[in-house]
Write a protein that binds this ligand. Structure first.
Ligand code: NAD
Length: 679
């Protein structure tokens, strides 16, 4: 332990963690070091009570953790990252023992997890805002609750933290169930997490395969994130259906690698081999079928064989490139692919038909040269260091061959002609396709399978959503339309057609009308739609502001459609701005000037309060003056929306139609008319 570390962790005893406490059990089991066949430490076998307690604790912790602001959650996860990294050396040692991985790859996995932290910590939980005139739609992604993480044995740290980090970031709490074959690093990481997180936020219950179904059927678990085989994935999905849990299933693959004729053979051959044999083939996205163009088939195979012969297989500290198969069950399964290939007489380009006995579960990397399409080695995922190659000549045909599988996790295309390689890549039915690289999943992008390789995916921004419910807030606006109208002083006197009595306009009158947006009134508001009008009437002592809720306003300009704010608020703003003023306005001002001042003041208040922001006051004033002087000889200066005296057509003494010469902001087509007039 480095001197800076403050921890009570012991590295030779292991326990489950429930509600922040170590949890042991009478039943124990032991993992096996696959490089030596020796038994490792005892670990408890969790039971239903442990799962029930863990779920209860996770539900309690969810109450607080889900409400903790994202930035604070990130701070806590960052502390966890740093704490985890300070134990990298101990974790590398442990991983070498539980998986048998060569030390450099154990190091890569342990330290590579920092990249998973860092990438996720830089993400924000997506949010989407759509606004139209009527409403705002806010789509947020909120945590699901308690997540059950069921993990496999091939990458016990990455595939565990690859679930823990996004689940916690999005506000969920999580219970991890490690594979019975590789419980050690997971139990220690979760133990370390207890020094950072509140009890119940991250827990681990390991044991045997009975625990999986306890999680998948538990009514208190909201989601299962499962990584494992297709066969178990189907069981998980069936079990989760009883409580309609969300599931993410990361399952097996049967990745095809297509090699175009223009590749640099010497350069690509070792890459193809590593794509197939990385982690001794125990990678869901390892290359599992290699299709080489017939023009270069023999030469490429020869180079691959040569490189494969240089690969050293051995225990973690031997400087080997490949370690053992992780467990006996898988070792026996991989051997059946050798037996099957041998019994059918397939050609072993490199490797022996008999897997030689060793202390550990070691298997030499093996290439099967051109087995038939219906062979087991083509059809199934061996999950070990044995891979078939086949030649191809026709692009369409090889794409069909590559896609002819129930799996769809990954695929590769190799070629100097990148355009062609990408074109082929786009047609491969797989969640992640790699061009000129073997399969290297990254936390930067969602990782998930097509077809039977899985449901959903994890990592990347999209992956965050898999730990969330979509939550849409539809907020309808109580916005308004704001109109301003103008009446000249003399109009009220002789208008026989209007209910002038209601307004008693004996002076120049200006109106600002605020209308509930839902009315969607065009240009001229109609009677009886309950708008709220504000009028300022000139009296001897100045302008007085009134509100009234009925009545029509004619000769009106729409200042702002869908103004922000509700009627009441706008009313308050206007009333504050338009208090009756003493008749002290400078004596040389004409009533028209007073009108202008009044309206400017009112509209300025609306702008200041950000209720309306787009109208052009000068333009409005021009219009208003023009409307005001409709039947005077003064030159019409109507400017909005392009209305002009020339476009006025009187229908009666005080009423007229206004014709739009161009498309108007209210949607009116050129040539359409709207009613205007003076009262
Ligand atoms: P597995 O399916 O046997 O086991 C995975 C996990 O499921 C283990 O923790 C196991 O205890 C648990 N489990 C077993 N029975 C269960 C049940 N009925 N309900 C719930 N959980 C149950 O897989 P494995 O052998 O550990 O892993 C190898 C497989 O995983 C390969 O097929 C490989 O391709 C796949 N894999 C996929 C990905 C991916 O991301 N797509 C990654 C790694 C491995």
């Amino acid at each position: 332990m480095s001197p800076s570390k403050v921890s009570t962790i012991s590295w030779d005893s292991f326990h489950n963690t429930v509600d922040g406490q170590a949890r042991n059990s009478k039943s124990k089991h032991r993992g096996i070091n696959p490089a030596t066949g020796e038994e490792l430490w005892e670990v408890p076998i969790g039971n239903q009570q442990d799962i029930d307690d863990a779920v209860k604790s996770a539900q309690n912790a969810f109450e607080t953790w889900s409400q903790t602001p994202l930035e604070k959650r990130k701070d806590t996860i960052t502390k966890f990252r740093d704490h985890y990294m300070s134990f990298a050396d101990e974790l590398i040692d442990l991983m070498c023992q539980e998986t048998g991985k060569p030390r450099q790859f154990a190091t890569y996995e342990v330290k590579g997890a920092a990249g998973f932290f860092d990438h996720h910590l830089a993400l924000d939980i997506p949010e989407e805002r759509i606004e139209d005139d009527e409403k705002v739609l806010l789509t947020r992604f909120t945590p699901l609750g308690v997540v059950g993480a069921i993990c496999p044995w091939n990458f016990p740290i990455i595939l565990c933290l690859g679930k823990v980090i996004p689940a916690l970031l999005t506000g969920n709490t999580i219970i991890v169930k490690p594979s019975p074959y590789t419980p050690y690093t997971t139990l220690k990481i979760v133990e370390l997490a207890q020094e950072i997180f509140a009890p119940g936020v991250v827990q681990a219950v390991g044991g045997d395969d009975k625990l999986g179904p306890m999680l998948t059927t538990h009514p208190g678990v909201a989601k299962i994130s499962f990584t494992g085989s297709i066969a178990t994935g189907k069981k998980v999905m069936a079990a989760a259906s009883g409580t309609l849990k969300r599931v993410t299933l990361e399952l097996g693959g049967n990745d095809a690698s297509i090699v175009l004729p223009d590749v640099d053979i010497k350069k690509v051959a070792p890459e193809l081999v590593m794509g197939a044999f990385q982690n001794s083939g125990q990678v869901c996205v390892a290359t599992k079928r290699i299709y080489i163009h017939e023009d270069i088939y023999d030469e490429m195979l020869k180079e691959m064989v040569n490189f494969t012969k240089t690969i050293k297989v051995g225990d973690p500290s031997s400087g080997s490139l490949l370690g053992p198969i992780q467990n006996k069950m898988q070792y026996e399964k991989v051997k059946t692919f050798f037996e099957d290939s041998k019994s059918h007489g397939y050609k072993f380009a490199v490797g022996e038909p008999e897997v030689s006995r060793s202390k550990g579960y070691f298997v030499q990397p093996t290439i099967i040269d051109n087995p038939p399409n219906d062979s087991r080695i083509i059809q199934e995922e061996p999950f070990g260091p044995i891979v078939p190659t086949q030649p191809w000549s026709d692009e369409e045909e090889v794409i069909k061959r590559a896609n002819n599988t129930n799996a769809g996790l990954g695929a590769c295309v190799w070629g100097k002609d990148v355009e062609r390689a990408e074109r082929i890549g786009k047609r491969l039915q797989a969640g992640s396709v790699f061009v000129n690289s073997w399969e290297k999943p990254t936390p930067q992008a969602i990782f998930g399978g097509h077809k039977e390789s899985g449901i959903g995916g994890e990592w990347g921004t999209e992956g965050l959503k898999s730990y969330c419910n979509a939550h849409v807030l539809h907020t309808y606006k109580s916005n308004c339309n704001i109109y301003v109208s103008a009446s000249p002083a003399h109009a009220a006197k002789d208008c026989g057609e209007c209910d002038t009595g209601r307004y008693h306009r004996t002076q120049h009158t200006w109106l600002i009308s605020v209308e509930p947006h839902k009315h969607h009134m065009p240009f001229v508001p109609q009677h009886k739609l309950e708008p709220t009008h504000f009028s300022a009437n000139w009296k001897d002592d100045g302008y007085h502001v009134h509100t009234h809720s009925t009545g029509g306003v004619i000769g009106t300009i729409l200042v702002k459609e869908g103004a922000k704010g509700d009627v009441e608020h706008i009313q308050q703003v206007l009333q504050a701005a338009l208090k009756p003023t003493p008749a002290n306005t400078s004596s040389n001002q004409t009533p028209d000037d007073e009108n202008d001042r009044w309206v400017k003041k009112g509209l300025h208040a609306l702008q200041t309060d950000k209720i309306t922001d787009t109208f052009d006051l000068a333009e409005f004033m021009t219009f208003a003056h023009g409307a005001n002087r409709l039947d005077s000889d003064a030159p019409a200066r109507i400017a909005y929306p392009g209305l002009h005296k020339d476009h006025k057509e009187k229908s009666s003494k005080h009423h007229f139609w206004l014709t739009y010469p161009t498309k108007a902001p209210n949607g009116a087509e050129p040539g359409s008319r709207t009613y205007g007039g003076l009262m």
